[in-house]
Design a protein around this ligand. Structure first.
Ligand SMILES: [Zn+2]
Length: 489
């Protein structure tokens, strides 16, 4: 079923928001099927009441919370008839939410914060699982609207459907024929939240969150402690509903939908989250530095040895090392040099001389002029580096398998997320292959036999087939997965 193609991340986010009792906001143009999405998710909840309202600056509390009860007024009481309105709904979609007037805002904030509604003297427990907010754009600076925005933990930016066929489906399909494959009882959702509370969080997830917080602060993206706490609870619900025994680091990939404030921060957040989650604590940066240093050291050592005879044509000084020519040139800029090669002498100005020496060195590179002792030092260095690279390679391979297993278990990741996480991991293995190339260069520069361990060829093939689980692109297939978890109880 191709319901809501291109909306995979939003659908999974909506469900996770409902299961964890958080609110979700969609920023974007009207006509992006938000109402349908919220309604269909509500249909999947047993006995779920759906409330849908398009706010304008003229909307009154009556329209959201219910009309005043005349009977109560006769008894001098100010009470609303809340049946069928926001205070009795399980899922509510409030379109153009930032148009809410101050008369609505106060009660709305209390409902969003505490799931309570003050109806006259009575405080009513609101059964609300999740509010879906929608808006074209973020509000201008306004304290109470900012407070309202802060109540939405999940944040998505919707754009128009890109694919022609998907667009046609959206236009010409009758959306009323959606039949939810599952009815989740509200009680099961509460149970899920309860058992999620006790789920342990893997230590690497703690590290990722601490690193992420530091990183975002440097970018002046501030997240309140209250928000961080909610984030952890959502990750626990995500792990619990995926049937995991602990919150593993792939759950942290979901943070990309919770921690941005401005839409332009999204891309950055996503990038940082992926890097932190995928790195798995293995850094290839130090190895790269060492390989490059070794290459530089070898070329300096080689360059310094002159394999030809060079004499200053102006003052007759003879040179053994390249460094000596450089020093001489700095002191006597206008001197030219005689280079004797195969019994032939030729005079060069300094710049041309350097170029000539380089090309000669390159040609004789394989029979380097380094002493045996020098070669041995280099050889030891290279061997130790090759050994470390080999060990990191093995770790990366093990790590990839682990990451793949975790990703497969995590039901909340979109196909795109799965692909990208594994591709990011693989890009680091490709980097290691680059190190091999540098090392082969050093070997051949020094005239040494390459003793590298070839990378396992099976790895390259593995890289090509990124394993992605079956499509999760419909509400129903999601519900089935979640349903099977809930039914286990
Ligand atoms: Zn000279």
């Amino acid at each position: 079923m191709s319901y809501f193609k291109e909306r995979e991340a939003e659908i999974s986010g909506s469900l996770l928001a409902v299961l964890s009792g958080e609110n979700i906001i969609f920023l974007g143009p009207p006509g992006t099927a938000k109402t349908q999405l919220a309604k269909n998710i509500c249909q999947s909840i047993e006995g779920g009441n759906f409330f849908n309202y398009l706010l304008t600056s003229f909307s009154t509390p009556e329209e959201i919370f219910g009309p005043l009860s005349l009977k109560a007024l006769e008894e001098d009481e100010f009470r609303r008839k809340i049946e069928g309105c926001l205070p009795t709904s399980h899922i509510a979609l409030l379109d153009e939410i930032f148009k809410a007037s101050s008369a609505i805002l106060n009660s709305l904030l209390t409902i969003l914060n505490e799931r309570k509604y003050h109806n006259g003297k009575e405080i009513v427990d609101v059964p609300l699982l999740s509010v879906f907010g929608a808006s074209n754009e973020l509000p201008e600076e306004n304290e109470s609207l900012e407070a309202l925005y802060d109540r939405f933990l999940f944040r998505y930016r919707l754009t128009y459907i890109q694919d022609d066929e998907n667009f046609r489906n959206l236009l010409f399909r009758n959306h009323d024929d959606f039949k939810p494959s599952l009815n989740i009882p509200v009680l099961a959702i509460y149970e899920l939240r309860e058992s999620a509370k006790n789920l342990p969080v893997d230590p690497d997830v703690e590290l990722i969150i601490i690193e992420l917080r530091k990183n975002l602060q440097l970018q002046e993206i501030y997240i309140s402690d209250r928000r961080w706490k909610k984030v952890i609870q959502v990750l626990k619900v995500a792990a619990c509903s995926s049937g995991c025994m602990a919150v593993d680091r792939t759950m942290a990939l979901l943070l990309q939908h919770m921690l941005w404030n401005l839409p332009e921060e999204r891309e950055y957040l996503r990038k940082v989250v992926f890097e932190l989650v995928v790195s798995g604590g293995i850094s290839t940066e130090k190895l790269r530095q060492e390989a490059e240093d070794l290459h530089a050291a070898a070329s300096i050592a080689l360059k310094n040895e002159l394999s030809v005879k060079v004499i200053c044509d102006s003052c007759g000084e003879e040179f053994l090392l390249r460094k000596e020519i450089e020093t001489h040139h700095l002191a006597h800029k206008n001197h030219s040099y005689t280079l004797k090669k195969d019994g032939v002498s030729q005079i060069y100005p300094y710049d041309n001389l350097v170029r000539e020496i380089d090309s000669i060195n390159e040609a004789v590179g394989k029979k380097s002029t380094l002493t045996l002792a020098q070669k041995e030092v280099f050889e030891k260095e290279i061997e130790s580096l090759v050994d470390r690279i080999r060990r990191v390679k093995c770790r990366l391979e093990e790590e990839r398998e682990l990451l793949r297993i975790l990703i497969e278990k995590n039901i909340w990741l979109s196909i795109l997320d799965r692909k990208e996480a594994l591709m990011l991991h693989d890009s680091r293995s490709i980097e290691l292959v680059e190190f091999d190339t540098i090392i082969s260069k050093v070997y051949s520069m020094l005239g040494l036999e390459s003793r590298q361990v070839k990378p396992k060829s099976q790895f390259a093939e593995e890289k090509a087939k990124i394993i992605v689980t079956d499509s999760l692109s419909s509400v129903n297939s999601f519900m089935e997965k979640i349903g099977s978890r809930l039914r286990l109880k």
